[in-house]
Design a binder for this molecule. Structure first.
Ligand SMILES: O=c1[nH]cnc2c1ncn2[C@@H]1O[C@H](CO)[C@@H](O)[C@H]1O
Ligand SMILES: [Zn+2]
Length: 357
């Protein structure tokens, strides 16, 4: 039986690529805006606002997609707002059946009303703690530095400082074209010396050079998106694939790809789900994982991303479990904890749902 959305929701899922400021509830944005007198929301009706985000993000360009974050970031400037948004994020993910999530955000964007970077991080950690209590979910935090800014070293230091209390890694995000990862080489080298983990948004709005730099110059553990790795794969008429050196390296080293299908359609990185590189990359056994990126802007959830892939590629429960185990193996958690979740939660959970009438 082909997995249905309702049953997919019950399966224990893992999410590695989700932005805190891309997943707010529309009702919450309206309430928070009212509290701080933020008057620039495109609508104060939650339903209209939700639609506005989805339509405005569906722009065909990453740069225009990112403009929608002005509004979510604007209402996430106080401790109370950050705690609330993070707590609701954990609850919404738990309601979708996510058992382990890594949620990222850029602390430097949340200091306009006077919070320090430390206060921002502490508020978000507190929110995740409150929201995940008793919900069967564990949430790790990734700290993001904005690639067009110059604060990556500071944010990397922040990530290391909070590594034992919930921050599990580091990332860079924002417009990709014109801002290569090597701009932040000092931050990545610092993290490597500290034995810390990081992922890099690469190969989303820019091609192979971005992926190559992220891996071979910066030492990224994982790639955010990485869809353009298909530019290094040639398909022959008989369906066989020839991998270039970079694609072969990514596959051989099992470098995880944090793929976000719906987000890619909106930013123009892929034309349709059916044509999304995830189909080929999964067939070639790259370490593919399935993610939401921004649940608000893409009006999605992990379950809905899975359901779309089931529709487009005919995936069965074994495929969905494979994506999930890939994600858990690639998490920035200690090995024994990853193993415990795979063997104690994911495999038994999928087995139960698969055989349920
Ligand atoms: O798909 C994406 N590609 C690049 N940057 C992104 C994407 N989604 C969100 N952000 C950026 O990351 C910041 C911190 O969470 C967001 O404010 C947004 O500017
Ligand atoms: Zn992203």
């Amino acid at each position: 039986m082909s997995p249905t959305l309702d049953k997919i929701r019950l399966a224990p899922k893992v999410l590695l690529h989700d932005h805190l400021d891309g997943g707010l509830r529309a009702e919450t944005i309206v309430e928070l805006a009212r509290e701080i007198d933020y008057g620039r929301l495109p609508s104060t009706d939650p339903d209209n606002l939700r639609l506005w985000f989805e339509e405005a993000a569906d722009s065909g360009s990453l740069e225009r997609y990112l403009e929608t974050f002005d509004h979510t970031v604007a209402v996430m400037q106080t401790r109370e707002a950050l705690v609330r948004v993070a707590a609701e994020c954990a609850r919404d993910l738990a309601d979708d059946g996510v058992v382990y999530a890594e949620v990222r955000f850029a602390p430097e964007q949340h200091t306009t009303m006077g919070l320090s970077l430390d206060e921002v991080v502490e508020a978000v950690l507190e929110g995740f703690r409150l929201g995940s209590q008793g919900r069967g979910i564990r949430v790790g935090t990734l700290l993001t530095a904005m690639r067009h800014m110059a604060r990556s070293m500071e944010i990397a230091e922040l990530a290391v400082r909070y590594r034992d209390v919930g921050v599990v890694g580091f990332d860079i995000a924002g417009a990709e074209a014109g801002y290569p990862p090597t701009r932040h080489l000092d931050a990545f080298e610092f993290l490597q010396r500290e034995n810390a983990h990081f992922t890099i948004h690469a190969g989303e709005a820019f091609g192979l050079p971005s992926i190559w730099q992220a891996i071979q110059w910066c030492g990224a553990d994982r790639l955010g998106h990485g869809v353009r790795i298909i530019d290094d794969i040639t398909l022959a008429g008989d369906g066989s694939a020839k991998l270039g050196r970079l694609a072969a390296y990514v596959r051989d080293k099992r470098i995880p790809l944090e793929m976000c299908p719906t987000s890619n359609l909106q930013t123009g990185a892929a034309a349709s789900i059916a044509e999304h590189p995830i189909g080929l990359l999964r067939r070639l056994h790259f370490r593919v994982t399935v993610n939401t990126d921004n649940r608000l802007m893409s009006s999605t959830s992990v379950s809905q991303e899975f359901a779309k892939l089931v529709d487009a590629f005919g995936y069965d429960w074994d495929d969905l479990q494979w994506f999930t185990v890939n994600a858990m193996k690639s998490a920035f958690l200690p090995f024994d904890e990853r193993l415990a979740l795979i063997n104690g939660v994911i495999k038994p959970g999928f087995a139960q749902i698969k055989w349920q009438p």
